[in-house]
Design a protein around this ligand. Structure first.
Ligand SMILES: [Zn+2]
Length: 254
């Protein structure tokens, strides 16, 4: 039995902390993926402030999102392994940096999305300031926005108040949602094993979650195809792709 399988076997309150590496095997482009959508769009062009102030940035952001989702990515073996672990009653849940909704699409029930979700859009108001949405409360599925775009609307606006509509994700320059970060922190603090998968662990506050676990004496396992700055605090570091590493370990553990 591998070290990961042994730790999973002993644990009863696993939290999986997942990053982009879990989704690349589903065809979701990572910032680093060569030839992908990110070679033609720079996410730093789509800061919250620019999105709010410049209709042309909104037009390009919608075109980018439409292209980003054109290949309809599906969950992969890593997502499914975490569903198996949850259904075996061994997980508290998933905390993810990903915005693609693939954990829920696979069947995971308890998922905290610290960077929001690209599956929904929301009204952020006419002129929200300081990186905080200030809309009328309207929200809808992203499909609604894509249907508008496909019918020739370049920049959809709120059907409730006419305000700016934005993906329900956290953009550069946009504040995280304190309640969501609180939920992620509570889940990690209550865990008995934190498995960080496919995250470079370089962006805070996300990278603070393994540090929190380690400070509480909760074992941390890091599964990533490259070294991370937090490898030193891990009980075990496994170099590899999530879809190769997780399924056999979960199968052995449940
Ligand atoms: Zn509105």
């Amino acid at each position: 039995m591998t070290e990961l399988a042994a730790l999973l076997t002993a644990a009863r309150r696993v939290v999986a902390f997942t990053g982009a590496g879990v989704s690349t095997e589903s065809g979701v482009p990572d910032f680093r993926s060569p030839g992908g959508v990110w070679t033609r769009y720079d996410p730093r062009d789509f800061t919250f402030g620019k999105y709010v102030s410049d209709p042309d940035v909104r037009r390009r952001a919608w075109a980018m999102r439409r292209e980003f989702w054109a290949n309809d990515p599906q969950p992969n073996a890593a997502h499914r392994a975490l569903v198996d672990l949850e259904q075996a009653g061994r997980m508290l849940g998933v905390v993810t940096q990903n915005i693609d909704g693939l954990h829920q699409a696979a069947g995971s029930k308890r998922v905290v999305e610290i960077h929001g979700t690209s599956r929904e859009v929301m009204c952020i108001g006419e002129a929200p300031r300081l990186g905080t949405p200030d809309g009328c409360g309207w929200a809808g599925p992203t499909r609604w926005a894509f249907e508008a775009i496909d019918s020739g609307v370049e920049v959809p606006s709120c059907p409730g108040c006419g305000g700016i509509v934005k993906s329900a994700t956290i953009s550069f320059g946009q504040n995280l949602v304190p309640e969501v970060i609180g939920a992620a922190t509570s889940m990690v603090a209550a865990s008995d094993l934190l498995v960080a998968i496919g995250s470079s662990l370089q962006v805070y506050p996300a990278a603070g979650l393994p540090e929190l676990a380690a400070a509480k004496g909760i074992p941390v396992i890091i599964v990533n195809d490259e070294p991370t700055p937090l490898d030193y605090l891990a009980e075990a570091v496994i170099r590899g792709r999530a879809g190769d590493v997780l399924p056999p370990a979960v199968e052995a553990a449940i």
